[in-house]
Ligand binder design. Sequence first.
Ligand SMILES: [Zn+2]
Length: 468
Amino acid sequence: MLRYLLRVTPAFSLTLFVSSLVSHVQACSLCEDAAEATFVGASAPVSVASAPAPALSSRPGAPYTVYLNFDGFTYSGNWAGRPPGTVPAYTGTSAQLTEAWARVAEKYAAFDVNVTTVDPSGFAPTDYLSRQNYYDTTARVMQTIIGGNNAWYNAGAGGVSYVDVFRDAHAAGSGYHTNWAFPLNLRNNQPKAVAEAVTHEAGHGFGLWHQTDYNLNPGNSYSTNGGATGDGSYAPQMGTTYNSQRGTWRVGTFGGGGGAFQNDVATILSNPGLSLAGSGGNTFDTATALPLTGSLLDSVGGVIVPLSESAPNPIGIENYSRDFFRFSLAAPGDVTLNLANGGDWITPGVAAPGATLRSRLNLYRADNRATPFAFGLEATDTMSSTFSAMLGAGDYFAEITSFGGYASTYDTTAKYFDMGSYTLRGAIIPVVVPEGGTFVLLGAGVAAFVVLRRRTGNRDARSGITCS
Ligand SMILES: [Zn+2]
């Protein structure tokens, strides 16, 4: 089988590389990805971090491990014919490091993949050769070294990886289970840029090629979805996502495919032993009780995933999982639910930046499961939606699902997945209705409730209630 690789040179001209691969085991193609900023300085800093990266893991015990090495590394021999030598530690702040990890964790939240800063090798941090051999020879482990600039490799590169090498063990010295991001060439350590690059390089490891806009421009090597930026914008994770609000997995034409399509999610799932990892409570009957403490809803999170692992379809709400929560009101209550896209990777109860999901929040009465009576209103930045309304006594369900995917209007053959984590929080405040009087709020959670409500208009308009 022939596979083709488009490579961007420093001058951004395109060179077509052809490699002959008979199976993924023999994968030896490289994907080098363009830098996102020019490093300003005479040379890469050589200092190492004074303290190791905090121990952060998204899904310990998962069958696949993406190890984000922010601590620097001394690499023995050549990698892809070039000598990395000693690569310095990431020089961003601890907060930037944590955010970069959280953003990568979010990208892979829907998969049974552990994104971690904890070295899986078990060797001493300075036993670099043993660590290097461990990564090479251990299946389903990828070390991404995130440090310094691209001076040792190639000016113009933001990251580089072998393709389709993750699943198998390889010979020591192959370097197949090590790939690279150059944070000083990624908007000078910017967490979003670093995370987009790291996620992209890991995607190559899982077997993904670049997403392109072949039908519009056959020579295009990285789709930006027409340079999409701002609220609601999508760009393909395997294209260029530095400027879009969301960088997501996609079904679209891929580099070297001659117009053929790549389903990113299906390709990732073609790695043996790798599954989707959605959350539970997927039906009305298995709904999870909203965890309330007094009047306040303790935050609860979950992950929305495509329903099919064999043929995941990005378009259509019916093609995604649905999570249900139930709650009851013994008396009328003022109910606020805030559904934020993204997991609470950094601060409990607060969705971290870098969400990939665009979600819907629907409200049902227990006696009418067929039709929601209300929905959450999406904020203008599209990263959250809120339901807020007075409800009578009774039993209710809150449903969280995908918005149903994004069909590009730029390249109309490209379809983007709406999948990933969410964080739900809120308050249910009992209401007393005096004889002929005004509603009175009770309960200790009023202050938090007021914050969540963000009173900016007419109650019905804010709640999205379609009937009462
Ligand atoms: Zn690439």
